[in-house]
Design a binder for this molecule. Structure first.
Ligand code: SAM
Length: 245
């Protein structure tokens, strides 16, 4: 079989796919992850779901170029999990979208989650929303990874059906804080987590600068909120620097 080259981000997602699983990749774009999972012999069957015509055509072309593409893969056009039949996938991957969109896809496709053993999600932003959705819907976060590629920091969240509260027990931070930080990333004190929050702080610093120039009456109150947020981030960063595992 030919070689499929994918990014470090997608490779990391692939590492979480159990051997022999039937994997659905929703929002597959060029179906690169799905192709890699097939070519590397990780997935026994892949479903690539795509909403938009251009990427759907690209996915079809890519999958059909693989030796066993037509037998062991299905490329489907449609919205989110609507492309799946119940029980068809063991693992669902959704990557490269905002957390809000990922959550809305999971919400709209609840009936398709029955029998799914693992969700592997990579929100570009809004990781907290995804963790909160897990918590509220009986999905137990079982692993998290943070990685950097081409200067961009990504987080990958893996969950299985189970006791959704478990990752948030017996930790020195509140549940709300851990939903923001990531309970596993926090416990592991990953250095990149400090870098991520440093960047968050930079964003807030810019907001603060523009608020300082504003003459709107609500600016003062907003500045206080932003300052409080920056103080929290400072404290988080200080812990990450001192609490090395
Ligand atoms: N998953 C790939 C990755 O991580 O590299 C591609 C990410 S790309 C930025 C997002 C893809 O999701 C686009 O191809 C877009 O057309 C598709 N998409 C957006 N909303 C979708 C939805 N509701 N259902 C299926 N696909 C969707």
């Amino acid at each position: 079989m030919g070689l499929v080259t994918i990014s470090k981000r997608l490779q990391t997602i692939a590492r979480y796919c159990p051997q022999g699983a039937r994997v659905a990749d929703i929002g597959s774009d060029h179906a690169l992850l799905a192709s890699y999972l097939l070519v590397e012999g990780i997935a026994s069957y892949v479903i690539a779901g795509e909403l938009n015509e251009g990427p759907y055509q690209a996915a079809l072309k890519q999958i059909h170029s693989l030796p066993k593409g037509r037998e062991r893969a299905s490329v489907r056009k449609g919205n989110g999990l609507a492309v799946l039949q119940p029980g068809e996938a063991d693992v669902i991957c959704i990557a490269g979208m905002g957390g809000q969109l990922i959550v809305s896809i999971l919400e709209a496709g609840r009936d398709k989650l029955e029998g799914v053993q693992q969700l592997i999600l990579q929100p570009n932003v809004g990781e907290e929303l995804v963790r909160r959705w897990f918590l509220q819907n009986g999905w137990q976060l079982v692993a998290e990874t943070i990685l950097q590629e081409d200067g961009i920091i990504y987080e990958i969240l893996v969950a299985k059906p189970g006791d959704a509260e478990v990752p948030y027990l017996q930790q020195e931070r509140t549940r709300d804080e851990l939903l923001r930080l990531g309970p596993f990333l926090w416990a592991e004190k990953q250095p990149l987590l400090g870098e991520k929050w440093q960047r968050e702080k930079e964003k807030w610093r810019k907001v603060l600068t523009s608020l300082e120039r504003s003459d709107k009456p609500e600016a003062a109150e907003r500045m206080q909120q932003v300052q409080k947020e920056m103080e929290w981030i400072d404290e988080v960063i200080a812990c990450l620097h001192t609490d090395k595992p």
